[in-house]
Design a binder for this molecule. Sequence first.
Ligand code: FES
Length: 310
Amino acid sequence: ERPIALNTGRLRDQWHTMTRTGGVPRLMSNAPEPVIEINAADAARDGLADGDLAQVSSRYGSSRIRVAISDAQKPGTAFLAMHWSGSFAANAGTGPLANPTADVHSGQPELKHVPVRLRREAVAWAGVLITRRDLRPTGFVHWSRRPVDGGWVYDLCGTETPDQGILLSRQLLGPFAGDKLVEYTDRRGLNYRAAALDSDGALAEALLVAPPGQLPPRDWLVSLLATRQPLASADRMAMLSGRSPVPMPSIGRVVCSCFNVGVNQIAAAVAAGCSTVDQVGAQLRAGTNCGACRSEIRTIIDAGRLQAAE
Ligand code: FES
């Protein structure tokens, strides 16, 4: 088993340990959770798929991080951002993995070339908590969180049985009076939904738990949290499905933070004929302010071209 050389560094929209940038929803939308980027060949060799949770171990310590398969990494190399602390994720930092030996002259530790091994964690359930409350979950195999307008989104998962995952996740729900909390569990005990309303009838909290890969999209519930408006009856009825009563296309992960433009919107513009970054900018404004997203837009254009040629 060959180790992978771990490089650590910065994310486009973050600064140090995110004590300031991590509180800005727009700055957290491009890279909303900690991931370790690896090449597809290494992932195949280690039996890992995109989105898997992996135990990442070096001779100095270990972390648990989600895998992102990326062409940006050559075989034998990996990248993990340095920003993630216990305020934003459970044990997903670079610190435990790093070689503590420092340069005798500068005191600089070795942060750019640490041999690591990845092992897939057998995740049995996944959950998402959308809430107004600022929490620090404990007792979970893995969690990460990001701010959104009106509150926070917590991604949760574990290796316990799904019913134990539901019990564990339910403990995060606030103390809502009975008539303000609606809950549903399917017959097999694999899927759980809960939604809590405040005294005005606005969404205060929603919790969804399901087998891995089976959670409904969360964009609609997140948008309800931001409104702080009493829910319409159609929305109330749809809440436990987690799906909007009217179709609400997802913009996907945000690529352009300046104008809140998502990967799905850019891919659609490319499919409709945009073939340069400037053309995408003319249509969506993406890439026309600070320019930090232009290289990512170019990558999406190239991927679209490749797909069209196949
Ligand atoms: S992130 Fe600033 S222009 Fe796109």
